[in-house]
Design a protein around this ligand. Structure first.
Ligand SMILES: C[S@@+](CC[C@H](N)C(=O)[O-])C[C@H]1O[C@@H](n2cnc3c(N)ncnc32)[C@H](O)[C@@H]1O
Ligand SMILES: [Zn+2]
Length: 203
């Protein structure tokens, strides 16, 4: 009888140590711009359950595997998730996350050569309550020339009203829960990653 083999998906990347943080995902072959690379999978939970699992007060440095789908749902990549959970953040990313019908997909933003580390912009939600201490808690180690020093989204600039433009779809990634209750409002803001995303052509 032939030996049983476990089917592993043929991802165009491998997981190994990263200069950014911990482990990361590195291209093993060329990835085309717009190519759908992998789905961000894991257990679907409420933001409140995400808060419970990743209590920030006990963390010296922030580290989670949560991704926000919407106000009611987060995906915890640590439970039943695939290799997508190792894709790190960069302030000058070669990938982006897109939510399509409640599912999270990672796409290439540009051509990625073998050996390059895959990364997307987590853009943790920033609020006016954020302090220097928060910036440090979410310190970014991407090392790119465009590094903003923190994984928090860039501070919004106030601009004169402009002509309305068509809305893009957006995806949110979380570090410990998305929408927290009023008592934890400022922490909730710290907790949410958001990646700008537009619907893209499929691989
Ligand atoms: C989904 S994990 C990514 C995989 C992670 N490197 C590991 O080995 O577990 C997300 C966590 O990785 C870390 N991380 C990812 N990108 C980072 C960056 N640019 N700077 C600092 N830490 C980063 C943060 O601790 C974040 O909460
Ligand atoms: Zn950075």
């Amino acid at each position: 009888m032939p030996a049983r083999t476990r089917q592993t998906p043929d991802y165009p990347f491998e997981i190994r140590r990263s200069a950014i943080q911990g482990r990361g995902a590195f291209a093993t072959r060329r990835i085309r711009p717009g190519q759908r690379i992998i789905e961000y999978t894991g257990e679907r939970i409420t933001p409140e359950e995400g808060d419970r699992r990743y209590e920030e007060d006990g963390m010296g440095r922030h580290h989670t595997f949560l991704f926000t789908v919407d106000e009611e749902t987060c995906v915890d990549g640590k439970k039943g998730g695939n290799e997508s959970r190792y894709i790190n953040h960069s302030c000058d990313p070669n990938c982006e996350a897109v939510i399509e019908d409640g599912r999270i997909w990672i796409y290439a933003k540009r051509s990625i050569q073998p050996g390059a580390e895959l990364a997307y912009d987590y853009q943790y939600e920033r609020t006016p309550q954020h302090t220097k201490e928060d910036e440090e808690f979410y310190r970014c180690l991407c090392g790119t020339a465009k590094c903003r020093g923190t994984i928090l989204a860039p501070a919004k600039k106030t601009r004169a009203p402009r002509k309305a433009s068509p809305k893009k779809a957006s995806a949110k990634k979380t570090n410990s829960g998305g929408a927290k209750k009023a008592a934890k409002a400022s922490k909730a803001a710290k907790a949410t990653k958001a990646t700008k995303a537009a619907k893209r052509s499929r691989a």
